[in-house]
Design a protein around this ligand. Structure first.
Ligand code: MF3
Ligand code: CO
Length: 257
């Protein structure tokens, strides 16, 4: 079922989103060589709870941590560990989610550890830009597959590929609601976007091929070819105009002249 949120519910999701933005901002500042992903997880859990919210990932389908930390060729769902000591030149995707007053927010970003290669930085930039390309078509009246089409077009034109086995999703009281939001496909298909829908758009972009596999820990998804992968995600609200980025408060699209 696709849920349409009313003004009160949207305001709660806005608060959850603003809080999650603060969490991810503080987390990114902690990323440097020598830090373990377990330390980042502990920091995130404490911060989320100190804000009066609950980390939504913890125990979700048995997931053992409050955030996902995916290094280099890890696509998503990397499990924070005391053994994972970040090293200069790596890229780290941090995915986090929280529940505030019963309402969810989910967001992810990718950062470099210390100085990174030009190629890695370009992957991070293109991934983020593909999200904003998708945002252009995230409008009432368009269809779900217009989003994936925009992501795929954007990244493939730049020599990268969009992971196909994992998707974005609706969000609200539950972290994962309908509809599913793929990052590839032909335009003009699927559910029509409507004002009051809240969805997560989350391109997962590989420098090489789009095929992925899950490691034996049952969670960590990696690229099959071992190529670098970057992730960027926001919880957004469909309106009758520009979409609102609930997990990026204060964002306004630059006026185009
Ligand atoms: N945040 C992920 C998503 O975007 C889900 C995390 S799965 C969990 O859908 F198990 F880690 F919670
Ligand atoms: Co998500």
């Amino acid at each position: 079922m696709i849920t349409i949120k009313n003004a009160t519910q949207i305001e709660k999701m806005r608060r959850a989103g603003a809080m999650l933005h603060e969490v991810l901002t503080q987390l990114s500042k902690k990323v440097e060589p020598g830090v373990t992903t377990k330390e980042l997880d502990r920091f995130a859990e404490k911060l989320i709870r100190s804000f009066g919210a609950v980390p939504s990932f913890l125990n979700y389908e048995g997931y053992p941590a409050s955030i996902c930390t995916s290094v280099d060729s890890q696509v998503v769902h990397g499990i924070p560990s005391q053994e994972t000591v970040l090293r200069e030149g790596q890229i780290l995707s941090i995915d986090a989610g929280l529940i505030l007053d019963g309402w969810q927010s989910d967001s992810a970003l990718t950062v470099g550890v210390g100085a990174i290669s030009e190629e890695a930085q370009r992957l991070i930039d293109v991934t983020q830009q593909s999200f904003f390309a998708a945002l252009e078509v995230a409008r009432e009246g368009n269809r779900i597959s217009d989003i994936g089409h925009a992501v795929q077009q954007y990244v493939e034109a730049r020599g990268f590929s969009a992971v196909r086995d994992l998707c974005g999703h609706g969000i609200g009281r539950e972290m994962h609601e309908e509809p599913s939001v793929p990052n590839f496909g032909i335009p003009g298909h699927g559910v029509r976007l409507r004002k009051g829908m809240t969805i997560c758009i989350e391109p997962m972009i590989a420098a090489g091929d789009y095929h992925v596999k899950t490691l034996r820990d049952g969670w960590t998804v990696v690229t099959r070819d071992g190529s670098l992968c970057s992730h960027y995600e926001h919880t957004i609200l469909i309106t009758d105009g520009e979409p609102e980025l609930l997990s990026l408060p204060g964002y306004h699209k630059e006026e185009t002249r």
